[in-house]
Design a protein around this ligand. Structure first.
Ligand SMILES: Nc1ncnc2c1ncn2[C@@H]1O[C@H](COP(=O)(O)OP(=O)(O)OP(=O)(O)O)[C@@H](O)[C@H]1O
Ligand SMILES: [Mg+2]
Length: 516
């Protein structure tokens, strides 16, 4: 049996949401700590989370200022405070986040015992955080900066179809977290995941990556314009690109949109080629054609060479890649992880490819729903870095795109979004509230923290300071699927992958090597 930790403090005052605890001397209470108050009958415990720390003293302010003055001016070397640990102390301010009766968690509706003794959280206090079915591991419970040996996993069906937001300032560990998250899906064939990998960091072309999962073979598919042996060439046939894929990704004026529609109705799947080659048609002015040519040339990196349409970055082709989008969609339906390396194809081309896949996924799943067969189909999710490129309010005034469509109505069709972002404040409120799980990493920007807190599933209004002080890999999970906003420590992907392989593929190796 584990020994219970000694008391680290005692409740001395407060109110709902603002419980004041006196810290026992030398028992450091940290910002973000989870503290346990047991009720007298031992049947119920309350977990308090600390969100602020302040000094307390029995000595009057004037007297303290005088003592400091004497000491600073060299007049009080011999001056000592009698029993300093009794007179000066730290007060921690916290809120009750959950009350556990037996092993059942509830939203706390009563205050914990007045003068109740408080101790740090331990593994046995968190037994109510049981492992869900189809678990997606995201990290270990964290109390302040201490890691508790309790894994945190979320049910993959809930998580992926109800969308995930991963916000933080740069370098706090967003991509690392998503790699850890996706690791659990590999080889399970329960979720189809598409990663639009703008920095080529998920597959692990050069170092450790998702390709190193023991079940990666046949389950992790990699598409790149510069493939490695055993992976796929990212070539998309221009004929499979329809005008609707451009919506909300490439901005066109009304006249340009009409011209595109005319070319499409005239030339069907050869509409882009005919625009690039400058084929003239009635009712489209030369100047509009010229502008359209320029837009498509720059956005798709295609050009006309002696009457042939060629692609600069090799991603769009007129001759090959007819089935690329179809193949990817098929793999997603089979529950595979498809990583598309878009690091060399440019912003618009990346978003267009994502848009083509999403559009096709939507059509297929909408049909399943209409047929009544959607229940038997696997959830599919799209991971997108720098999500404001498609989800910001500025973007959306130009019209909806496939990504915002998923955020708004994908859930009905089992299609989800994992949106990674440095900027949350630019994403419209209704989209943010539709994203039911947020894994919040550190953020220095007050406006960003406010936007995140305002759209969280739990009340995080007191946690502004805590979010600002989150270190790399430290996060708070707020979700309609968690009992409270759980503080977690995400493992470093490289260490996690190594520990996983060493621990005979347990999906949540609890004995990861952390610096405690
Ligand atoms: N959980 C973690 N534990 C320890 N170190 C981490 C953790 N997560 C990330 N790091 C370190 O921080 C670095 C940056 O992480 P990562 O690339 O995931 O950040 P990011 O938020 O995606 O950054 P960007 O906004 O630039 O994309 C990593 O290279 C890694 O060394
Ligand atoms: Mg990143």
């Amino acid at each position: 049996m584990t020994v219970q930790l000694p008391a680290c403090g005692q409740i001395v005052a407060g109110e709902v949401g603002k419980i004041l605890i006196r810290e026992k001397s030398n028992q450091k209470i940290e910002l973000g700590d989870l503290l346990i108050v047991e009720e007298k009958d031992k049947a119920n415990t309350t977990i308090i989370q600390v969100y602020d720390l302040l000094y307390g003293s029995q000595i009057s302010k004037l007297a303290r200022e005088q003592i400091a003055g004497l000491s600073l001016e060299g007049l009080g070397e011999k001056l000592e405070i009698f029993e300093p640990h009794l007179r000066n102390y730290v007060l921690a301010q916290g809120k009750a986040v959950i009350r556990v009766s037996g092993s059942k968690p509830h939203v706390p509706k009563i205050l914990p015992d007045f003068f109740g003794s408080v101790r740090h959280v331990q593994k046995q206090d968190l037994q109510f955080l049981d492992k869900p079915s189809d678990p997606i591991y995201i990290g270990q419970v964290r109390s302040g900066s201490k890691i508790i040996d309790v894994p945190v996993s979320l049910n993959g069906n809930d998580l992926f179809t109800h969308h995930v937001l991963v916000p933080s300032t740069t370098g706090r560990g967003k991509s690392n977290l998503v790699k850890v998250m996706l690791w659990s899906t590999i080889g399970e064939n329960k979720f189809g995941i598409l990663v639009l990998d703008a920095h080529d960091e998920y597959y692990g072309r050069a170092g450790k990556g998702l390709k190193d999962h023991p079940k990666a073979r046949g389950n992790v598919l990699y598409y790149s314009v510069n493939p490695v042996p055993g992976t796929y060439t990212l070539t998309v046939n221009i004929k499979t690109l329809y005008p609707q894929h451009l919506e909300g990704v490439i901005s066109l004026s009304e006249a340009q949109e009409q011209a595109v529609a005319r070319y499409y109705s005239e030339f069907d799947d050869e509409w882009i080629e005919n625009i690039i080659l400058g084929t003239q048609i009635e009712s489209v002015k030369d100047v509009t054609l010229g502008v359209l040519q320029r837009i498509l040339r720059t956005k798709l990196s295609v050009y006309n060479q002696d009457g042939e349409v060629l692609s600069k970055n090799r991603v769009f082709s007129t001759s090959s890649g007819q089935s690329t989008i179809e193949d990817i969609v098929h793999s997603l339906e089979q529950g595979k992880l498809v990583i598309v390396d878009t690091s060399k194809v440019g912003d618009e081309a990346e978003l267009l490819i994502g848009s083509m896949i999403a559009n096709s996924m939507f059509n297929i799943y909408q049909n399943y729903k209409a047929e009544g067969t959607l229940d038997g189909k696997l959830p599919v999710s799209i991971v997108i870095e720098e999500a404001p490129r498609v989800l910001s309010s500025d973007r959306l005034v130009l019209g909806e795109n496939e990504y915002s469509k998923i955020a708004r109505e994908g859930r009905k069709f089992k299609i989800g979004l994992v949106a990674i972002t440095q900027l949350t404040s630019v994403i419209p409120r209704d989209i943010l509230t539709n994203i039911n799980t947020k894994i919040i990493l550190g953020n220095e920007m007050a406006t960003e923290r406010r936007a995140i807190v305002d759209s969280a599933a739990q009340d995080l209004s007191d946690d502004d300071r805590t979010i600002a002080s989150l270190d790399r890999g430290e996060a708070i999970v707020t979700s309609i699927f968690t009992k409270f906003a759980i503080p977690i420590q995400i493992p470093l992907f490289e260490e996690y992958a190594k520990a996983y392989s060493a621990s005979a593929h347990s999906s949540s190796p609890s004995k990861l090597q952390y610096k405690e």
